[in-house]
Design a protein around this ligand. Structure first.
Ligand SMILES: *Cc1c(COP(=O)(O)O)cnc(C)c1O
Length: 396
């Protein structure tokens, strides 16, 4: 049967080729089993040898987990995908497959706080060195190229970046990576496959914290790695099978269920975020708004080039620094004071003391994370209610 290329909204719901139809159930079953029965000894041996396809053990593969992997490979336009227990384990799996003691890699310093700690502390302890580039320098092909040496094994970026919403040029980074024959890895958590497909812009590996927009309901942790069949096999064999960061079938199922409404949620979150960003820009207590979609923003041109929308994350800075920010966070009623993102509910948090407390003050300054910065993960409520919640606590 020839397949028509469907729009992303349709694929998000149906996912051609991702149907599960043993009993004609519309919703796939959960396979909460750790192990699978072999038909006989020869069958078991053939599965281990790889001469027959089938399931052996859930750390190797599982039908529910496979369904999530197939769906994400489809939505990101990759050959293959591997699901993991969390976004962090997905990042660790990729980094530790590609780099060994003595190696280094290039990354931007405005990234997720947990990723920063993994790179800056734990990988350093293993003698794998992160070479950080500040967001303004990340726009320079020459500067990135000059940082690469014989020991460099990959380039890693997050765009939009956390929490400053910097937009990094995927195609430009790829042009440097291609010249030096290095893989480019993009953490696409903030954008989701609905708004951005890094593989189509040249990236070699895409990573998601599925905990965020893919799940969409803050009820499961998960991570996904998407790339070529060879690369995903290598990551499985060199890391996942033996370090064992496996997602539970139940969490994979929750994330599959969440994905069905991804387009609806992200569209609404993006529309809400745009209204709120525009309202914040006019507010006398606000010094700066960080949202890729605003007219005065530095990322607008690039965001329009590589994204289909601007997403539901925004940050802003109020007059009065940390103290003023704390007051706002302490008084809001609708927005919930919590880290994480991509929920149906609007979440508010303070990067300097929360998600990015893994950075020193100087490291935050380099990444453009000021002490007064407040980050919002906009939910699917009515924009007017979110605005009035902020308005009530932002009197000047
Ligand atoms: C949350 C997050 C991660 C880590 O994912 P977990 O699922 O929490 O382990 C990585 N990158 C980004 C951009 C994130 O927002």
């Amino acid at each position: 049967m020839t397949k028509n290329k469907m729009s992303i909204e349709t694929e998000i719901v149906h996912g051609q080729g991702c149907e599960y139809s043993t009993h004609m159930d519309l919703v796939p079953p959960i396979h909460p089993t750790s192990t699978f029965i072999f038909k006989d000894a020869d069958h078991g041996a053939a599965l281990f040898k790889g001469t027959e396809e089938g399931y052996i053990y859930t750390r190797i593969s599982n039908p529910t987990i496979n369904l999530l992997e197939k769906k994400m490979a489809l939505l990101e336009g990759g050959e293959s995908a591997a699901a993991t227990s969390s976004g962090m384990s997905a990042i660790a799996a990729v980094a530790l497959t590609l780099a060994k003691p003595g190696d280094n890699f290039i990354t931007c310093n405005s990234i997720y706080g947990g990723t920063f700690a993994l790179f800056n502390k734990h990988l350093r302890d293993l003698d794998i060195e992160p070479l950080f580039i500040s967001p303004p320098d990340a726009c320079s092909k020459e500067l990135i190229n000059d940082m690469i040496n014989k020991k460099t094994k990959f380039l890693f970026m997050e765009t939009p970046a956390n929490p400053t919403l910097d937009i990094i040029d995927i195609k430009m980074w790829k042009s440097v990576a291609r010249k030096r024959k290095l893989p480019l890895i993009v953490d696409n958590t903030f954008a989701t496959p609905y708004l951005q497909n890094p593989l189509s812009l040249g990236a070699d590996i895409v990573i998601h914290s599925a905990t965020k927009y893919l799940s969409g309901h803050s009820d499961a942790l998960g991570g996904i790695i998407i790339g070529s069949g060879n690369m995903i096999n290598r990551i499985r064999e060199e890391y996942i099978f033996h370090y064992g960061p496996v997602i539970s079938p139940f969490n994979a199922w929750l994330i599959l269920r969440g994905i069905k409404t991804l387009a609806l949620r992200v569209k609404r979150q993006s529309d809400n975020a745009m209204s709120i960003a525009q309202w914040l820009q006019k507010h006398p207590a606000v010094i700066n708004v960080y949202y890729p979609g605003i007219e005065s923003g530095p990322g607008l041109r690039l965001a329009k080039k590589q994204m289909r929308g601007f997403g539901g994350m925004l940050s802003f800075e109020v007059k009065g620094g940390v103290e003023a920010g704390r007051k706002i966070m302490g008084r809001v009623k609708l927005a919930l004071l919590a880290v994480s993102l991509g929920s149906c509910e609007t979440l508010i948090q303070h990067p300097a003391s929360m998600t990015h407390s893994t950075y020193t003050k100087q490291e935050r300054a380099k990444a453009g994370i000021t002490d007064g910065l407040i980050r919002l993960s906009i939910g699917i409520e009515a924009a007017a209610d979110i605005i009035s919640d902020l308005e009530n606590v932002m009197q000047v």
